[in-house]
Design a binder for this molecule. Sequence first.
Ligand code: NAP
Length: 510
Amino acid sequence: MPENNHTDHPASSTKQDRSNGGERILLTGATGYVGGRLLRLLEDSGRPLRCMARHPENLRARVSPQTEVVHGDVLQRDTLTDALQGIHTAYYLIHSMGTSDGFESDDRDAAANFAAAARNAGVKRIVYLGGLGEDDDDELSSHLRSRHEVGRVLKESEAQVIEFRASVIIGSGSLSFELVRALVRKLPIMLWPKWVSTEASPIAIRDVLSYLMETLELPLGESKIYQIGGPQPVSYGGIMDEYARQRGLKRMRIRVPLLSPRISSLWLGLVTPVYARIGRKLVEGLKNPTIVTDDAALRDFSIRPVGIQEAIQRAIEREDQEMVETRWSDALSSAGRTAKWGGEAFGSRLVDSRTIDVDVPPECAFVPIQRIGGDAGWYYGEWLWKIRGFMDMLIGGVGYRRGRRHASSVHVGDAIDFWRVELIEPNQRLRLAAEMKLPGRGWLDYEVCPRPGGGSTIRQTAEFDPAGLFGLCYWYSVWPLHQLVFAGMLRGVAKRAEAYCQDPANQTSP
Ligand SMILES: NC(=O)c1ccc[n+]([C@@H]2O[C@H](COP(=O)([O-])OP(=O)(O)OC[C@H]3O[C@@H](n4cnc5c(N)ncnc54)[C@H](OP(=O)(O)O)[C@@H]3O)[C@@H](O)[C@H]2O)c1
């Protein structure tokens, strides 16, 4: 395989460089984290693609028109026959950890069903992503033991099985990474049990995807196991430290030599209930080192995985990018305002979103948004904003007095009082990033959409990425005040939009 530099666009095997163009690929787990990310790359590669899912209806809207979506459940053998028909390479990106306590037997049965159906269909290659850990470790956790067993069972298919073994995958949305960061974010004082010094070879999701894609270029032949991971082993504590460092969080540690992974998993249930069920099984594996001890992947593939620092940096950057690209009007229901106390949660972020309908076209509705801040003010609670700015200055922030460069024109990068313009789409969207001192990061986002019968809907979304417990306390404690201010601001924008539409010369008063 040619040696090339690993670029920022992993596995962007384009339509030109695919070598097995006509050979149909089956992707399982496309509704999951790794499969969902691989789906895009496979579609971009132009290869004929079929996705198999337990609930195809959940997937259809997310695939391109060329991609087939079929029903299949690996625990029901008869559903697999059609799904595997005519398939050259099948990706197996499935686990049963979320579904039952008997996940080991479910995963064994699932792999056996898949292997049998693949053998009958004459599938040539199965690509499986499992977990690292030494086979001969008597204390291997049930989760890692099961991951290895799945790889062995898949070989009953008689297809070439390429098994990748990975440790923690670093990427926004990856279960193991979300666990790490939930622990760091929520606990200013961290219990530091013995297992935090267990070593792992974390790997960036982009590198995992590159390996999964480059496998399509491998010649058919014998089955292989590839251990994949970053260049340096790092302890779980080291991963948490690096995440805390990059997010500017200071964490106090209390060493507790006796805390076992099992007790930690109960503690995890209290701290991060969302991930607790699956997470517990992962935490029990924290006593096992998951480091790369074999460099076959570096010999057979061109990928050179990045280290933990870059992997975490990429995860944070990608998350930010995704939030910029989020259209709140699509992501949230069309309901006027956020119904839940504290707002909607989007990953680690909290969001207050509300809409108002105005009988003016988007060009008019956008005028007060474009002129917000500076002399035009924030359309509600002006004195509250001034107090906020004064307090910001007292604690060394930029304060309220920067104003704006121009009364009506706005560019990306402009300062508006204590905000910075992050995105501007004329007559549609303005996104401001907060530069005042906050225990976290904040954004204010306005979107204007035309309504089918005429007029426009204005959506105002405040977004907060809290830094640890202090950030969460801040958001919840100012929530009642925010309700008042955010509602007032949106009403103020609407009034000014209508006033402007009636009299374009009048650009400031309602
Ligand atoms: N994420 C990590 O940090 C990490 C680290 C190392 C290795 N891995 C490995 O990577 C692979 C993918 O992990 P992931 O993080 O992407 O998992 P995930 O997000 O939890 O997704 C699991 C996928 O499996 C599907 N699935 C579960 N039971 C199924 C069944 N009976 N029939 C058909 N599909 C079924 C789920 O579909 P539904 O939507 O129907 O539930 C979902 O698409 C796993 O083998 C895992 O061990 C992951």
